[in-house]
Ligand binder design. Structure first.
Ligand code: TYD
Length: 154
């Protein structure tokens, strides 16, 4: 199964959306295998957003991501990365489709409530970036056979 790293950003924490966002992923059938609150350092964010450090908005992105603690979540599932990105919606929350997290809760590109890994490779890299190995729990929910058909689990 794939892993996806989700961050409930300060915009989601401040807006009181932690529970609603976690609930959406659980109701979908994604497995929560890591969950914690943490402060993000500039060093960690420079690594995480390395593709954006030259962008004009990077200083405000840094400030925004360090404004309050965030909640980081590792989600597991078949095709979890694409499923989670679909649930999150497009970067600019004003354009994100209704029914997505950004589409339902956001009005901004920067204050767009959540981060989600954009490829299976990054799901693994980002999970390792934000969680220690002992903070990831590899368990199987007892209802797994009611989430997937047997051939989907191979
Ligand atoms: P990016 O990786 O392009 O998007 P996504 O989060 O959808 O994978 O950008 C990372 C974050 O940078 C984005 O969530 C919010 C911020 N950002 C801005 O503030 N302004 C922008 O114009 C863009 C493209 C991103």
């Amino acid at each position: 199964m794939e892993q996806s790293l989700v961050i409930i950003k300060p915009s989601g924490v401040q807006r009181g959306l932690i529970g609603k966002i976690i609930d959406r992923f659980q109701q979908k059938g994604l497995i929560i295998c890591g969950l914690k609150m943490m402060n993000l350092s500039e060093e960690l964010l420079r690594e995480h957003y390395a593709h954006l450090v030259e962008k004009p908005f990077f200083p405000t992105l840094l400030k925004s991501m360090m404004a309050t603690p965030v909640v980081v979540i590792c989600l597991k599932g078949v095709d979890a990365v694409a499923v989670v990105r679909g649930m999150v919606g497009t970067t600019n929350a004003r354009n994100a489709a209704p029914g997505t997290i950004r589409g339902d809760y956001g009005m901004s590109s920067q204050e767009n409530i959540v981060h989600a890994s954009d490829s299976p490779e990054n799901g693994v890299i980002e999970t390792k970036r934000f969680f220690k190995p002992e903070e990831i729990f590899d368990y199987t929910p007892v209802c797994i056979n009611f989430i997937y058909a047997p051939d989907e689990l191979n």
